[in-house]
Design a protein around this ligand. Structure first.
Ligand code: GLN
Length: 253
């Protein structure tokens, strides 16, 4: 078995080491004896979505997003087909915003891929801090770091999780990220997957099942001792700051 991971425009979209998420996927596949190949695409290169199993679209500044936007127009249809055919995507921050209809900044409107019915508007102040969420997909909380000026409105789409600590999609809804088919969009940066092994395995499992059939996939659990410790560290650090934390988390779970 082999999974091919496409990293789109790492020269422009790679804030806070989003690339590390790819290394994490590769390693977790390797530990299970599954091959992985990483293909990086610069903005000039042709992308054949038929040969990809997972696509990573990382974060970027408004300026970089503006540069990527023209190229996205050219690959919009192919990208959309890939998603509709259950292709796996992890889109982070700037990349997440680009999955929607548009991102409106004070420097102009950046057109998105329009793959998911959602949009982003820049509002006053940036939402910066560590963040953790509770997602109904996993029993471990999802932890990470957010830093964005854009506020994302996901309409009737399913969020990735409920914000326990932090700001999330727009600082108002109480939700973070989006899940659409096999796409996960999130504002959580940096080593997202190393700290959230269940999210990583969710993406890998979806990609393997799509390629080889559900009945042929049994992703062996890994010990994840360090990963769980890293995750718990963030949760413990911020749970002290939340009033009635235990009660709140109980309600969320
Ligand atoms: N430029 C976008 C914003 O500020 C995304 C930033 C990012 O990817 N961290 O909202």
């Amino acid at each position: 078995m082999k999974i091919v991971i496409g990293h789109l425009f790492p020269d422009l979209l790679n804030l806070y080491g989003d690339r590390g998420n790819i290394q994490c996927m590769v390693q977790r596949l390797k530990w299970r004896g599954i091959d992985a190949q990483v293909k990086t695409f610069s903005i000039e290169e042709e992308i054949n979505f038929n040969e990809l199993d997972i696509v990573l679209l990382g974060g970027g500044s408004d300026r970089e997003q503006m540069l990527v936007c023209n190229r996205l127009k050219e690959i919009k249809d192919q990208f959309k087909n890939y998603v509709e055919e259950n292709g796996v995507v992890l889109a982070i921050c700037g990349g997440y915003q680009l999955l929607g209809k548009y991102y409106e900044t004070d420097q102009g409107k950046i057109e998105g891929l329009d793959i998911i019915d959602m949009y982003t508007v820049q509002e006053k102040g940036r939402l910066i801090n560590n963040i953790f969420l509770k997602s109904e997909l996993f029993d471990m909380p999802i932890v990470g770091f957010e830093n964005h000026g854009g506020r994302t409105y996901i309409n009737d789409n399913k969020p990735l999780g409920k914000v326990v600590f932090g700001k999330g999609n727009n600082g108002k809804s109480g939700y973070e990220g989006v899940v659409y088919k096999n796409v996960v969009g999130t504002y959580l940066h940096g080593p997202l997957l190393p700290k959230n092994p269940q999210l990583c395995d969710y993406l890998l499992k979806n990609a393997l099942e799509r390629k080889y059939g559900r009945e042929n996939i049994n992703l062996e659990p890994l010990p994840d001792t360090e990963e769980k410790e890293a995750n718990k560290y963030i949760v413990d650090r911020y749970s002290d700051k939340i009033e009635n934390f235990k009660e709140k988390i109980r309600k969320l779970i």
